[in-house]
Design a protein around this ligand. Structure first.
Ligand code: SF4
Ligand code: SF4
Ligand code: FES
Length: 327
């Protein structure tokens, strides 16, 4: 493999006045083969060109999660990313994780991220729902979630965390799924009730970015969707998100299409809808208010048969048909 010169364009961040960070971009040239990792090249720069460059690293083996940074527009593990895979015309742009406070250069303050994880009580609790036996299928359900290395890539890319810093976030919710699914957990229902509170499972926009960027295939959004389903199955359905999902379900099953005119009322209730009057006026001015009498859809019977078929034999995305072999 032939080596070439790469330009590293790195965001340098310095603590400024209290609570502020001053940023600028700095370029470095490095000679490397395409399969050299970004972490190796950051070390090359730090060792040979600029000892002040600050970044986190530890295991160098995609295990500890500490080297997660924004590389080429996506949050990735620097120790797992080859320069040839992310360079564009020989240039690699690098900045810290998003949605997290920056301490210096590429190092972020990891405390807010971990406080969310601690917030979901990441330990088994005694209680009435506790079962003694753990089957291999039950183990397999949660095994992929336990692969999480707490790197924060998902939180950095999360579109909800970007606009709502109170959102629990994908990593913490995936960990919560691990405890809700564990037969040894005694307070599953209480957990689901907590998770259905504001800033919890119903705040996720299902943008899928956390699934895309996770280096360990934890698929946090899938865990969030399963948590929603489990909550609804237990009758935990008073949040706006749960009502919205149920309204969708009812409309599609009954008529084959959404009744958008009444959807907001069924989601937010009368008071909540009145608070959105400004938005409704804005939409009306643009001719965007949907008709209260949507046209009828052909083939609804077939759709209902599909629903009934699924209700008789649900596609079980949580357990596998065969006994799972623990990895
Ligand atoms: S799917 Fe949900 S949790 Fe995942 S990144 Fe998008 S908003 Fe965040
Ligand atoms: S879920 Fe994936 S991306 Fe998120 S912290 Fe865990 S390992 Fe990292
Ligand atoms: S240095 Fe540990 S995951 Fe990259």
């Amino acid at each position: 493999m032939t080596s070439q010169t790469y330009t590293f364009r790195i965001q340098r961040n310095m603590p400024g006045q209290v609570g502020t960070v001053q940023s600028h971009w700095q370029e470095y040239k490095v000679e490397a083969e395409p399969n050299t990792t970004i972490l190796t090249l950051l070390e090359t720069i730090k060792g040979g060109q600029d000892g002040t460059l600050t970044f986190r690293q530890s295991c160098r083996s995609a295990i500890c999660g500490s080297c997660a940074i924004n590389i080429g527009g996506r949050t990735r593990l620097a120790c797992k990313t080859h320069v040839g895979a992310v360079a564009k015309d020989g240039v690699v742009e690098i900045s810290p994780q998003k949605n997290q406070p920056v301490l210096r250069d590429l190092a972020i303050d990891i405390r807010p991220f971990f406080s969310r994880v601690h917030g979901i009580k990441p330990y088994l609790q005694d209680g009435p729902e506790r079962a003694g036996k753990v089957t291999s299928t039950a183990y397999d359900q949660v095994n992929h979630v336990t692969q999480c290395i707490m790197c924060g890539c998902c939180y950095s890319e999360c579109t909800m965390a970007e606009v709502n810093p109170k959102f629990i976030g994908p990593a913490a919710l995936a960990k919560a799924f691990r405890f809700v699914s564990d037969p040894r957990e005694g307070l599953k229902t209480e957990r689901l009730q907590d998770l259905a509170s504001p800033n919890g499972i119903w705040s996720c926009t299902r943008c899928t970015l956390c699934v895309d960027v996770c280096p360990k295939e934890v698929a946090p959004m899938e865990a969030i969707v399963k948590l929603r389903t489990r909550g609804l199955n237990k009758g935990i359905n008073t949040s706006a998100g749960a009502k919205h999902a149920l309204a969708f379900h009812t409309d599609i099953k009954q008529t084959g299409q959404l009744n958008e005119f009444t959807l907001m009322m069924r989601t937010l209730g009368i008071v909540g809808s009145l608070m959105e009057t400004g938005m409704a006026i804005h939409l009306a001015k643009k001719g965007k208010i949907p008709s209260p009498f949507p046209h009828s859809v052909t083939g609804v019977d077939e759709l209902r048969r599909m629903y009934e078929s699924l209700e008789r034999s649900p596609i079980d995305v949580e357990t596998k048909a065969k006994e799972a072999v623990p990895e």
